[in-house]
Design a protein around this ligand. Structure first.
Ligand SMILES: O=c1ccn([C@H]2C[C@H](O)[C@@H](CO)O2)c(=O)[nH]1
Ligand SMILES: [Zn+2]
Length: 162
């Protein structure tokens, strides 16, 4: 049931792995703490070494403190020593639309690379797959910080040699 609009999908994820990842994101959605929005979201990430981590949205009475499912899943993985990812699946209760990550989560995802897969799903398990890069074109990334450091070093060496 794969959507034909796939963009920049990375190779290598078998159908059964995609299915397992999506199922995990759907299960995680059941734990959503969203008394304010009532909008349940679940996420599951797959690391390059084959581990899964899940998350759900966790809202708060101080609304700006709420956190999205994607960031919970990713933070769980990072806090247990995983920084390289193959894919993330996102699940919601929207029947007619593929759930899509918010801008903040897109930035959070691209911190860990632009070339991995995001599976936007519907409750029936159908999905659309996009590379992180396609979800956040012209992104500000960790490489930009490195570039600035290099520019500074270059400027200093020019100063030093003149
Ligand atoms: O991709 C998304 C979109 C929304 N939410 C959450 C944030 C908030 O708790 C609720 C409504 O925006 O859904 C996520 O967790 N992930
Ligand atoms: Zn988000």
């Amino acid at each position: 049931m794969e959507d034909t609009r796939n963009q920049n999908m990375q190779p290598g994820l078998e159908d059964r792995v995609v299915k397992a990842l999506i199922q995990r994101s759907q299960k995680a959605k059941d734990f959503a703490y969203c008394p304010y929005s009532k909008f349940r979201v679940g996420a599951a990430v797959l690391t390059v070494d084959g581990s899964f981590f899940t998350g759900c949205n966790v809202e708060n009475a101080a609304s700006n403190l709420g956190i999205c499912a994607e960031r919970v899943a990713l933070s769980k993985a990072v806090s247990e020593g995983h920084q390289r990812f193959k894919a993330i699946a996102i699940a919601s209760d929207l029947k007619d639309d593929f759930i899509s990550p918010c801008g903040g989560c897109r930035q959070f995802l691209i911190e860990f690379g632009s070339q991995w897969n995001v599976y936007l799903t519907k409750p029936d398990g159908s999905h659309r797959c996009m590379a992180v890069e396609a979800l956040l074109p012209a992104a500000f990334t960790p490489e930009d910080i490195q570039k600035e450091k290099k520019e500074e070093e270059k400027a200093q060496s020019v100063e030093h040699n003149s």
